[in-house]
Write a protein that binds this ligand. Structure first.
Ligand SMILES: Cc1cc2nc3c(=O)[nH]c(=O)nc-3n(C[C@H](O)[C@H](O)[C@H](O)COP(=O)(O)O)c2cc1C
Length: 205
C-alpha cells in the first residue's frame, strides 16, 4: 500500500472478524515499530503479543466491561459533536475491542526517570519515543490490511497485565493495542477535517 494511502486509511477499528494474523505478519508489523525514531538511540522497547484468549482475559482483567453510552455524558471535557459521537461509539467497546481482537499487543517502555513527575520535557523522551513506535505499528498494520485500536490503561489495568504476563517492574505500558481484521461494516470514526489554511503557518504564527 502506498504511504499516503496507509495514512488516509488508518483509523480506529473496534469490531473484528475471527480471523487470526499470521506470525510473519505480526513480525513485520512489530519490526516496523522497532524502527521508529528514539531518544538517545535507545530503541529498547519490548512488545508482548497475546493471542491466547485465556491469557488475554487475564491481561484485560482490569479493563472496565460495563461502560455505556451514558458514561460519555459525565465526560465534561467533550464539547464538539463529532468528538462526542466518537466517544459514544468507543466508550462501550473498551473491553470488547481488545478481547475480540486477533491479538492484543502490549508495548513496553523502560521507566528510566519518574515520567509521572518530570522535571523537564526531556524526562518524557522515552514516552514520546514509544508513541513514535506505536504510530509506526499502526500504519504498518494498516498497510498489511489490518485494523487497530488503542486503550490507555487506567487504575490497576497495568498491574493486572503485569501479573498476567510477568513483565518486570521497571517497564510501563503506554497503551494496549487491539489488532485484527476489521469486521464487515465496522464503524469508522467520523474524521475531524484538518484545516490546512488555519493550522499550517509559514514563517510566523
Ligand atoms: C494518545 C492516545 C490515546 C487514546 N486512547 C484511547 C482509549 O483509551 N480508548 C479508545 O478507544 N481510543 C483511544 N484512542 C484512539 C482515539 O480515540 C482515536 O485515534 C481518535 O478518536 C481518532 O479516531 P481514528 O483513530 O479513527 O482516526 C487514543 C489515541 C491516542 C493517540
Amino acid at each position: 500500500m502506498e504511504f499516503y494511502e496507509a495514512i488516509d486509511r488508518r483509523s480506529s477499528v473496534r469490531d473484528f472478524t475471527d480471523e487470526t494474523i499470521p506470525r510473519e505478519v505480526i513480525e513485520r508489523i512489530v519490526g516496523a515499530a522497532l524502527k521508529a525514531p528514539t531518544n538517545d538511540h535507545f530503541r529498547d522497547w519490548h512488545f508482548i503479543v497475546v493471542t491466547d484468549k485465556a491469557v488475554m482475559s487475564e491481561v484485560l482483567e482490569g479493563v472496565p466491561k460495563d461502560l455505556t453510552i451514558k458514561d460519555v455524558d459525565n465526560m465534561t471535557f467533550i464539547s464538539d459533536p463529532v468528538q462526542k459521537s466518537a466517544y459514544q461509539f468507543a466508550v462501550p467497546k473498551q473491553y470488547s475491542m481488545l478481547m475480540n481482537a486477533a491479538a492484543v499487543i502490549i508495548p513496553l517502555m523502560e521507566k528510566k526517570v519518574d515520567i509521572l513527575h518530570p522535571a523537564n520535557l526531556s524526562h518524557l523522551n522515552c514516552f514520546a519515543s514509544v508513541w513514535c513506535s506505536i504510530e509506526n505499528l499502526w500504519l504498518a498494520a494498516t498497510a498489511e490490511g489490518y485494523g487497530c485500536n488503542l486503550r490507555i490503561p487506567l487504575g490497576d489495568e497495568e498491574k493486572k497485565a503485569r501479573e498476567a504476563t510477568g513483565f518486570p517492574e521497571e517497564y510501563m505500558i503506554p497503551c494496549f493495542i487491539g489488532i485484527g481484521r476489521a469486521a464487515e461494516g465496522a464503524f469508522r470514526t467520523k474524521q475531524l477535517v484538518p484545516d490546512i489554511e488555519k493550522q499550517l503557518h509559514w514563517q510566523k504564527f
